[in-house]
Design a protein around this ligand. Structure first.
Ligand SMILES: [Zn+2]
Length: 100
């Protein structure tokens, strides 16, 4: 039995589907499962750790999950990603994230 593959929206290649647990909810989880390959997901898991450390996210707080959801959409090029480039994320946004 071969593993399922997906056409990945992140790297634009056909790749193996994610087999591990996806720690997001509902539509987002379904979208990741259906359109992101396992290697890109691994990249995100590493990036997620950096984000948690950088922003000192407390995963017990709902706000932390909102930040991660926004970041994962951007990182993996999912639908609903904030259509801003990094330069457009001004000091207000940075401060907001810093205040978590
Ligand atoms: Zn990929």
């Amino acid at each position: 039995m071969s593993n399922p593959t997906v056409t990945c929206v992140t790297c634009k290649q056909e790749g193996p589907a994610i087999t591990g647990r996806i720690p997001f909810r509902g539509d987002l989880k379904a979208e990741i499962q259906g359109s992101v390959c396992a290697p890109c997901w691994s990249n995100w898991m590493a990036q997620q750790l950096k984000i948690i450390n950088e922003y000192r996210l407390n995963l017990a707080e709902k706000r932390a999950h909102e930040v991660l959801e926004a970041q994962v959409k951007q990182f993996l090029h999912l639908s609903g990603a904030a259509d801003v480039d990094d330069a457009a994320v001004g000091p207000d946004k940075a401060r907001e994230l810093g205040n978590l």
